[in-house]
Ligand binder design. Structure first.
Ligand SMILES: Cc1ncc(COP(=O)(O)O)c(C=O)c1O
Length: 432
């Protein structure tokens, strides 16, 4: 079999990124890892899973009046394509996000990753359809779009998280080439990989540009609850009055990644072909029915139980984890200041996100996969080269991403000492 006979995306380095990064981490198990953007594991307990299942079972019986046989069927059988916990998710969205949506516009997915794939697959009619994405971009979106046959064109993030002039000019130049920009993918809160958050004025202006340019916004929000020192800001979806925003969320960070549950809110009206207007969510469900059939009802039940036990507030359910993320981000930023401020290392810089998992470090030398290997082997510290998040070959070549979500304070201190030693070794004159 020749790779050139397979889906063209399979030949692209992007699709090897995650495997490569996991493989390096696997080879150096004793290294301190600032690489993975995983949730903290300290509060997981198998008994909670059982508790969540029982709480959902009880809800079905007492609040929805379902018979034992109906409950068994809900948990054990194939289920509704759009999911079975959509009404509970709608209540969560209202409680924590101030987003009010018809539960019918929600599709429960196998992680946010499936939601991304469904959206790009639906938006791609032919090779003229392209996706725009704020760059640097979470590679899960770029990969999903490429597999769906869509090119991904970068829009600069700039100091505000999205450069609206660049967005306008990308939309217009793309159209002049006869292409159709179908959406802009954006992570407005504590973005992966940059940690940047869009301020409220920028969110409103982005919605204005989307309206003026007739563009759909795909908002991905896995980290919004993890505020550090700032206040929570309204999501684009909460500000959206015109169904401009397709909203994606993941329960990976707020419930557990192993459940593989996420969802998409797609309340856009789909018309044409003489049909009665339907919801974009129903078109996504058609694709889902041919990809994963339905999201595991057991996994949905675990999420549902957690929502029910916490008055539909994931902010409340995650209070302990949020405190860990805040502490760790503060320790990381303080630790960077202690080790890299001052005249010894004037060319080392970093951004200062106000929450989430990620910080970007800028260095005066080229940062690539070979250097990551050396860092792991010689200094026992892992991180992620930022170039994995760019679609062009030059982007991010002096930057690396640090994630601090799963580390203990001691690991952060030791990891930063190792990072400082690694940076110092790169700055030493050759042969010195
Ligand atoms: C921006 C972003 N979107 C989506 C995901 C993946 O979500 P899920 O695990 O639900 O597929 C991640 C995971 O790291 C992410 O950083």
């Amino acid at each position: 079999m020749d790779i050139s006979d397979l889906n063209t995306a399979l030949g692209e380095p992007l699709l090897d990124s995650l495997t490569f990064l996991n493989e390096v981490a696997g080879r150096y198990p004793d290294a301190i890892s600032f690489a993975a953007g995983r949730p903290v594991e300290d509060f997981y307990d198998v008994r909670d899973l059982v508790g969540h299942l029982h709480r959902y079972q009880e809800f079905l019986a007492t609040e929805l009046g379902r018979s034992e046989q109906q409950i068994m069927r809900t948990l054990f059988q194939y289920g509704r394509t759009k999911g079975v916990i959509h009404e509970l998710i709608a209540r969560y969205l209202e409680a924590d996000e101030g987003i009010v949506v018809d539960p019918e516009s929600i599709v429960v997915t196998v992680g946010a990753q499936e939601a991304m794939y469904l959206v790009v697959r639906a938006l791609c009619r032919d090779e003229r359809d392209v996706a725009l994405a704020v760059s640097p971009t979470y590679m899960g979106f770029t990969g999903a779009a490429r597999l769906a046959g869509m090119r991904v064109l970068p829009v600069a993030s700039g100091p505000l998280g999205v450069d609206l002039d660049d967005l306008r000019s990308q939309v217009r130049s793309t159209r002049r080439l006869g292409l159709r920009p179908r959406c802009l993918y954006v992570v407005p809160d504590f973005s992966n990989p940059t940690g940047i958050t869009l301020d409220v004025a920028t969110r409103r202006r982005l919605l204005d540009v989307a309206r003026d340019e007739d563009l759909l916004l795909v908002e991905d929000n896995p980290y919004g609850l993890f505020t550090g020192r700032g206040d929570r800001l309204p999501t684009l979806k909460a500000l959206d009055r015109e169904q401009r925003v397709v909203y994606l969320e993941s329960f990976a960070k707020t419930t557990l990644p192993g459940a593989r549950v996420g969802f998409v809110v797609a309340d856009q009206r789909v018309t044409g072909d003489g049909r009665n207007p339907g919801l974009f969510a129903d078109e996504l469900a058609k694709i889902k029915s041919m990809v994963t059939v339905n999201t595991s009802p057991l996994a949905q039940a675990v999420v549902a139980g957690q929502l029910l036990e916490n008055d539909f507030s994931l902010a409340r359910a995650n209070a302990r984890s949020i405190a860990v993320y805040r502490r760790n981000l503060d320790l990381l930023l303080d630790g960077l200041r202690e080790r890299f401020s001052g005249s010894d290392v004037p060319e080392v810089g970093w951004n200062t996100p106000t929450g989430g998992f990620f910080v970007v470090l800028t260095l005066p030398f080229t940062v690539d996969d070979a250097l990551l290997e050396r860092s792991a082997r010689e200094h026992g510290v892992l991180w992620t080269p930022m170039r994995h998040f760019y679609t062009d070959s030059q982007g991010g070549c002096h930057q690396l991403r640090l994630s601090c979500s799963t580390l203990t304070p001691q690991e952060i201190e030791t990891g930063l000492d190792r990072l400082a030693a690694f940076v110092a070794a790169q700055l030493e004159p050759a042969g010195g």
